[in-house]
Ligand binder design. Sequence first.
Ligand SMILES: [Zn+2]
Length: 220
Amino acid sequence: MPTGVYKRTAACYGHKHSEEHKRKISESLKGHVVSAETKQKLREAATGHKYSAESKVKMSASAKRKPPVTEETKAKIRAVNLGKKNGPHTEETKAKMSVAHKGKKASEETKAKMSAALSGSNSYNWQGGISFEPYPPKFNKQLKQKIRERDGNVCQLCSKTREEEGRELTVHHIDYIKSHCNEDNLITLCSSCNSKINSDREAWTKHFQDDDRFESCHSE
Ligand SMILES: [Zn+2]
């Protein structure tokens, strides 16, 4: 057998053996459990620091102080938290939090809810829905003009004139009921006074109804 051929074959075998050997080493390492002692040695080798026996004891003790949380411990923590005010959230709180975290869209939704909560029958100014009633056909331009002329185109509360107002004065329903269009229920007011009389309605109604001018209207 020529030397050259043998050498090539040997080299080939040698190479194959080397690969197989590496694989075996690799496999053996995969299942190998590194002992604490070995880890310590590796750590010392990596850091170049030799831990004293005292340090090792401290490290060991430190590790022992932090045991993994057992199911029993978790149950105890849960029990303690149940008694706390900031404990589990109620369904209501969860819902609120959910809304609060939905961003702008939720914000608009919340605004709508707040608006709904404050409007209508919940409003301090709620009058039983009469503000939504349409003005009857009788309460037309002609009737309003008649009332203004009767009142001399002057606000019956503050004496502001149409000229001072800069436009036609408003005609107010004394009892706040839009369908009551008798002339004795109508009075000329400036826009400022008309806004003012939207609160304390009962007192204003009485105020106007006690007015002598309207007594004469009743008797007609
Ligand atoms: Zn006025």
